[in-house]
Design a protein around this ligand. Sequence first.
Ligand code: AMP
Length: 532
Amino acid sequence: MLGGMQDWPLRIMRLLDHAEREHGSREIVSHYAAGERVRSNWAGIARDARKLANALERLGIRKGDRVATLAMNNGRHLVTWYGTIGMGGVLHTINPRLFDDQLVYIANHAEDRVLFYDAAFAPLVDRLKAQFKTIEHYVCFDPAEGQGFEDLIAAESEDYVWVEGNEREPAMLCYTSGTTGNPKGVLYEHRSTVLHAMTEISPAIFNLSASSVCLPIVPMFHAAAWGLPFAAPIAGVKLVFSADYTPQLMCDLMREEGVTHSAGVPTVWLAMISHLETSGEDLANLQGVTIGGSAAPRAMIEYFVERGVMVSHAWGMTEMSPIGTSGAPPWNWEGMSKIERVDYMCRQGRVPFGVELRIVDDEGKVLPRDGKASGRLQARGPWVIERYFQDESGPATGAEGWFDTGDVAILHPDGVMQITDRSKDVIKSGGEWISSIELENAAVGCPGVAEAAAVGVYHPKWDERPLLLVVKREGVDVTPEAILEHLSGCVARWWLPDEILFVDSLPHTATGKLLKTALRDQYKDYRLASAA
Ligand code: AMP
């Protein structure tokens, strides 16, 4: 047939080219650890990315080579993302909060050739340098430390033609913060990243436009800051980066930079809310927050809603680039009561076009989307993993491309997905399942409870019964009876924890989730009084 459309490969650098051309003066603001605030814009990022691409070529880096970063969010880190991808390299973000042996494993497994790092992580780099087998060049983002980033690019030409290629080529590598076994690498491609980014700016996900100012309170090493550095250039969003997430600094940045959108895990919002409550500060111009990475407690959602901030409760995973679902307002939003709206936001939302979900039972039988059945959540789509990086054991997907997420969920008839647990975290009591997430979130709604974790401990009659570990809110006294009383109004009677223990703190993973494996280990021999 004669005629047709153009072949325009979905390559990541087209995102930056677009931002430079159409939104060149839109700012990128970075608050560095030393306290300096550096201002650039999309044109500046593009210019520096070209200089960096030249510098990487000078260092001998070639198409497909891995270039690693060990850094918090900042503009130089962003330049490194685009400069590396632009010269055909594969950008590998490393999570500095991992244990030493995991860091060594990851860098060696990825065969990184260059490592860019924040000065704050210099001690870590010095400690592990001897064990990094493939890294030839170390570059510090902060000017004061040895061969710095600015020195590296200073004399380079501002001209560079991005390396072209197939849209299915790899662009970025990100390891999962798995709690058991070695971390696994997820390789993002140009096409998957661009499709994901195009979806992200839509009202279904982040709802970004040229007037948005976004402060990602999610690190660039956590599933690519949830894709925001790739979505932002499409809409010409102003980005605000910070090296740390102290609530006072977040408040200052929100107020001074006019932040309209932010995104982060519940732990950072918990800290933020407790700061706002004691300091009396407000959320300035904030219009929307995305909460994800772990389930958002109801009390947290209510806090934002009461202040006129739209909450988008999102679910995803590193293996999904990471967006799977998000809680954008449904068609009947206007007619919903306040309680109905909060109920809706407590669930994890709906899929955008590009993600398909289903739930199956332990035998793999597909379960109905009836709002009642709960089963193993599976996903597929163009930004969902096919196979882990350098994994000889075969594809990560089963028949027909379905990827088993390891989560347990309910699908509602209106398309809303509700995570009930990680499959390993469900508490199995008398052949039935108790959702640890629901217990925890209900507990956090009790005044005086700062954080809570529910784990199943051995019980001779019921197999497992819930034990609730609670961190008290500073300066507030709360009793186990008060918590039980509160929980009775939220969950079924047989879900109530057999015991409540107060602890000073709870362990978290490198991405801010409750570290359930450690808790299960710690309490595996715990004898409940009810088991006597
Ligand atoms: P990661 O790849 O580190 O981001 O972890 C992905 C996992 O985090 C998912 O498989 C879920 O278990 C959990 N998760 C992410 N978002 C949510 C959410 N909104 N509610 C409950 N769990 C979540």
